[in-house]
Design a binder for this molecule. Structure first.
Ligand code: NAD
Length: 424
């Protein structure tokens, strides 16, 4: 063998070297043993592991991930830069696996530019409410996340769908059933996805409770009690204006109790009876109710009782009772720290269990679900139909409160939720 035969004509790059080395190894009959082929470039989807430094008696530390690379993430435009967008949604982008913020829409350009700089969003991808439709020409945006006052959801959904973008819309979906139907029709016509941001349906404790109920661990469901209350301040905010909010505590926080009664029981109510309280001497409640109390009856005999309030101290709780056990979420509907507990008679002892469930950011989970639905072309678990059904029931709740009579509801034409979240 002359020395020239050993010299490659051009220097081998790393990939060529690995290829020829594996070919050599294969021809020598020891492929896969002597020389393990290394990936040339690290894959963002490979989980990064660190060695455990604590004793085996300690709970192992968890390194989150794997995370999708920025190039492969679904781009989100956030519309409305208020408390929820700045406090929860944008920070949750950092915990998401499949999403990235790529555009902002706000009436306050200076604020939007500051936030764009913080999240690495291009200045050219900052829009206002009049230039919003130009999102159609922004290839970095696949999903529009609408985080505006409730009555604005419908128009911004319709315009976003016409711009050819998928829509993730905050709860409540809108302020009238007619607007919900308009949103669904616009998204169908534009062939884009519509998801309502019911974060509880992507939250690990809620998902564990759904699993328990479906597995029959509580026995036949009998009743449910829930409350979602908070004490409002500023009487001039949009939440206290009927035209922008659609109502008071019921569509804002009561909707969580209603939605959970439906997704936990997997049934639809056929009747609601409700009262509202609207104190005349409190300027906060000139236009909307301060509290709402509801009894909803379901075909199996299951009964849900729930309260919501804008003038009681923050209180969030849910308990569901079956023939064989009860389970509760405390604080149900909260952003953080939800705990599932259930009580059951075992060997003659009534025992309260609190399973250890890893906390996850509900907003990241919910947005990742939307991103995966876009990437895999699936219908979201909580589509527009789910928001429309809550709106129909909310309308019946107000009718009952107004007339003092129980109001009958017809069932939806088809199931309102799609199969379970992909991630669950
Ligand atoms: P917010 O008042 O803090 O923010 C609303 C944003 O809309 C602000 O940036 C405001 O400038 C903008 N806006 C545009 N037009 C407006 C108008 N005519 N009047 C008032 N504001 C206007 O409200 P928020 O708490 O961020 O709520 C926004 C949406 O998110 C609501 O639909 C609400 O129900 C929903 N929300 C959901 C959750 C959840 O846990 N999923 C929590 C809070 C709020």
């Amino acid at each position: 063998m002359n020395s020239a035969a050993l010299q490659p004509e051009a220097p081998l790059n790393r990939r060529d070297f690995l290829r020829s080395a594996s070919a050599l190894a294969a021809s020598a009959g020891f492929a896969g043993t002597a020389i393990a082929q290394q990936p040339e470039k690290p894959n963002a989807q490979d989980k990064v592991e660190l060695s455990q430094i604590h004793a085996t008696t300690e709970q192992p530390e968890k390194i989150p991930g794997p995370f999708e690379s920025r190039d492969h993430r679904t781009g989100f435009a956030i519309v409305g830069l208020g408390r929820l967008a700045l406090g929860e949604i944008l920070p949750a982008m950092g915990k998401s696996k499949y999403c990235k913020p790529t555009a902002l829409v706000s009436g306050d350009r200076q604020k939007a530019l500051k936030i764009a700089a913080q999240y690495g969003i291009k200045e050219s991808s900052v829009y206002d409410y009049t230039t919003y439709d130009q999102l159609a020409r922004n290839p970095d945006v696949q999903v529009i996340y609408i985080v505006l006052p409730n009555s604005m959801h419908a128009d911004f959904t319709v315009r976003g769908a016409r711009a050819g973008k998928h829509i993730l819309c905050e709860k409540p979906m809108a302020t009238t059933a007619k607007d919900c139907e308009r949103m669904i029709a616009a998204c169908e016509q534009a062939k884009v996805k519509l998801m309502i941001a019911y974060r509880s349906q992507y939250e690990p404790n809620d998902l564990a409770l759904i699993k328990m109920i479906r597995a029959g661990k509580l026995g036949k469901l009998r009743q449910y009690i829930a409350t979602n209350s908070q004490n409002q301040g500023d009487p001039t905010q949009w939440r206290q204006k009927k035209a922008l909010a659609g109502g008071g505590c019921m569509p804002d926080v009561g909707v969580y109790c209603l939605n959970a009664a439906r997704f936990l029981s997997d049934e639809e109510p056929y009747e609601v009876q409700a009262t509202i309280v609207q104190p005349k001497d409190d300027p906060r409640f000139a236009e909307v109710e301060a509290s709402c109390q509801v009894i909803a009856k379901f075909p199996s005999g299951f009964v849900a009782t729930f309260n919501s309030s804008y003038n009681a101290h923050k209180s969030q709780f849910l308990r569901i009772e079956g023939v064989e056990a009860f389970a509760e979420l405390n604080s149900a509907f909260a952003y953080h720290g939800i705990k599932l507990r259930y009580s059951k008679l075992i060997d003659g002892q009534e025992i309260m269990h609190e399973p250890s469930i890893e906390e996850k950011d509900q907003f990241a989970e919910e947005m990742d679900h939307m991103a995966l639905c876009v990437q895999k072309n699936l219908k979201p678990h909580t589509p527009g139909e789910e928001g429309l059904q809550d709106q129909r029931i909310t309308d019946a709740i107000y009718e009952s409160a107004r007339t003092g009579k129980a109001v009958k509801l017809s069932p939806p034409h088809a199931p309102t939720r799609s199969p379970d979240p992909v991630e669950a």
